[in-house]
Write a protein that binds this ligand. Structure first.
Ligand SMILES: Nc1ncnc2c1ncn2[C@@H]1O[C@H](COP(=O)(O)OP(=O)(O)OP(=O)(O)O)[C@@H](O)[C@H]1O
Length: 319
């Protein structure tokens, strides 16, 4: 299980701070795929880095904490908090970053990338045994073992992404974080990646977090999801409820903008732009774009309101 307790994170830039994640508080349960959606620049990738504890300058945690709940070698419960989550990388929590090409070493064959990573985080094993285990795992995931001999540039974008997912899940981590796993891939390849992620999750019965700006991805694969707006998690709920009974005006507008079979009406985007994260406004951050905003919304930040089983949203209209 992964737990975020009122986490705020910011980029320390020369002229101030970009407050990319603001008081985010939710948990990812065992045996589920949790999606994080929201428009470009709302803080999705930063939130994933915070969850993985990949905190490098200029990013810093301003307040709050992240907890990875795992079990140690003896099967006893252990909690890794931010600052020590790196001890659980690959074994308990792994991360598939955005852009498969850029994260693989271009001059190293896939086999050696597996060996290097696994021996670094899991202790060196007999190479032959390890190669056999990797080959078997690739076969289970329906990947041709020949990919091990290839350099990353010799693989298609979809195959590179599959290899990264295989690498990230080889040690059977209980939490897998994937940042925009289908972006820049055509729809057929996208479908294959989503199917693979879903199969891996079912096999490992672990927790997966998928960041995507594409609501279609969330609809197809996630069990629960969170909607981010301007650094804040403004609504969290079961995916079917988010799509069928969205509560926050921003979520409603996101859902209404989606094309539907048989509906030929002209779809409109959400007018306006999100606020600057360098100097976010007081009150509700969506107020300037919200058709229902009142004076209260512009002045007072809304609290989270429960709107159903495991479903909550931060909006004054819900009180
Ligand atoms: N290294 C950095 N230095 C300063 N600001 C940054 C840095 N990286 C990201 N930001 C800012 O932090 C905010 C959140 O960015 P982030 O990449 O997390 O958003 P996102 O929702 O993942 O967007 P996208 O979907 O475009 O990747 C944005 O305002 C972005 O400009």
């Amino acid at each position: 299980m992964l737990k975020l307790n009122q986490v705020s994170a910011q980029y320390n830039i020369l002229t101030g701070y970009v407050k990319a994640v603001d008081k985010v508080d939710f948990e990812v349960r065992k045996n589920e795929i949790f999606g994080i959606a929201g428009e470009s620049g709302c803080g999705k990738s930063t939130l994933l880095k915070v969850m993985y504890d990949l905190i490098n300058y200029p990013l810093e945690i301003a307040s709050g904490s992240v907890e990875v709940h795992a079990t140690d070698r003896k099967g006893l419960p252990v909690i890794y908090r931010n600052g020590e989550i790196h001890k659980s990388w690959w074994k308990d929590i792994s991360y598939v970053p955005q852009g498969a090409m850029h994260v693989m070493n271009p001059v190293t064959r896939v086999r050696n990338q597996f060996f290097d990573t696994i021996s670094k985080f899991h202790g060196v094993k007999n190479k032959k045994t390890l190669e056999h285990e990797i080959t078997e795992y690739l076969r289970e995931l329906e990947l041709p073992p020949d990919v091990l001999k290839a350099y990353p540039h010799q693989l298609s974008g979809g195959m590179r992404q599959r290899v990264l997912i295989a690498l990230a899940t080889f040690l059977h981590p209980s939490i897998v974080l994937a940042d925009e796993p289908t972006t820049a891939l055509d729809v057929v390849v996208q479908r294959g990646i989503l199917t693979m992620l879903s199969q891996v999750q079912k096999k490992l019965k672990n927790s997966m977090v998928i960041v995507s700006h594409d609501m279609g991805v969330h609809y197809q694969i996630t069990n629960r999801m969170g909607i981010m707006y301007a650094g804040q998690m403004i609504e969290v709920g079961p995916t079917d409820r988010i799509f069928n009974e969205p509560q926050h005006p921003y979520t409603k507008m996101l859902i209404n903008a989606l094309p539907r079979i048989g509906d030929n009406s002209q779809k409109e985007g959400i007018p306006g732009t999100p606020p600057s994260l360098k100097n976010p406004p007081a009150g509700c951050r969506f107020a300037a774009r919200c058709p229902h905003a009142t004076e209260l919304c512009r002045l007072v930040e809304p609290d989270r309101v429960n709107v159903g089983e495991g479903h909550y949203a931060s909006c004054h209209l819900l009180n």
